[in-house]
Design a protein around this ligand. Structure first.
Ligand code: ZN
Length: 131
């Protein structure tokens, strides 16, 4: 398993980690298989979505804010319930097939670490399975 370090720079942002994960796949030498990506955090998640037009990432964050505002009469004493809820909505793992020693992504797809309680140092765990 490879542990990537990702430094986030604001409370909420989508950080494109496609290139970093592609590097892990390439260096593994695996031609065909599966790439599991996992974030070991409760206030960050992962999502696959368009990484061509950056407005898409902005819109995702904007709508998540509408759905789950920072202040919402939550019970959790730490005060970051919105971040926990958003992380659960997106999920904390993604699996992508490996084809020809690369992530087999759709044309417009990129892989994002979704930060919801930054800025922080985050980890992304990547496990490559040959198949
Ligand atoms: Zn908390």
């Amino acid at each position: 398993m490879v542990r990537l370090q990702v430094r986030t720079s604001s409370r909420a942002e989508l950080v494109d980690i496609t290139a970093e994960v592609q590097s892990v796949v390439r260096e593994s030498g695996v031609q065909q298989g599966v790439c599991h990506v996992f974030v070991p955090h409760t206030t960050a998640g992962l999502t696959l979505n368009e990484n061509c037009d950056p407005s898409v990432a902005e819109d995702i964050l904007m709508v998540l804010d509408r759905l789950v505002p920072w202040r919402g009469g939550y019970h959790h004493a730490e005060g970051n319930s919105a971040a926990h809820i958003k992380a659960s909505l997106l999920g904390n793992s993604v699996t992508v097939f490996i084809r020809d020693r690369a992530l087999a992504l759709g044309t417009w797809q990129g892989l994002y670490l979704a930060e919801f309680d930054g800025p922080r140092q985050r980890q992304v765990w990547v496990k490559i399975v040959s198949a």
